[in-house]
Ligand binder design. Structure first.
Ligand code: 5GP
Ligand code: ZN
Length: 114
């Protein structure tokens, strides 16, 4: 997709802070960090939203989320929890129309980020 910002990040046409990458996904920091370490897990294949996944792609993408969550948690002992969410469709606040999963670490002193 020529005009897709996440496809450009996947193709390294736009820089990102990438924490994990393989044949199926790229995980990089959200440009607007809800809390430090806020990461997006993005399939390399351009799929618009959850409704566009076939089962094979869904398995290859979503099964890696726990591994990435563990890696983020292991990076900072102050991380004591994590919100994982996905917005599908404008009505659900999806703003980038290339499917992605938000991983938002939660800290004991989360009040600092509200
Ligand atoms: P959505 O609102 O679609 O669930 O989430 C899209 C996310 O993409 C937002 O949290 C936004 O900050 C992030 N985002 C938008 N443009 C860029 C960008 O160019 N680079 C990175 N790393 N994140 C982006
Ligand atoms: Zn895309």
């Amino acid at each position: 997709m020529d005009d897709c910002i996440f496809c450009k990040i996947i193709n390294n046409e736009i820089p990102s802070t990438t924490i994990y990458e393989d044949d199926d996904i790229k995980a990089f920091f959200d440009i607007s960090q809800v809390t430090p370490g806020h990461t997006l897990v993005v399939p390399k294949k351009h799929v618009k939203d959850i409704f566009a996944y076939d089962e094979d792609l869904a398995e290859r993408v979503f099964k890696k989320v726990p591994m990435i969550a563990r890696a983020i948690k292991a990076s900072n002992p102050d991380i004591i929890g994590m919100n994982i969410c996905q917005n599908n469709g404008e009505i659900a606040y999806q703003s980038v129309m290339h499917s992605h999963i938000h991983l938002v670490p939660r800290y004991s002193k989360d009040d600092d980020f509200s």
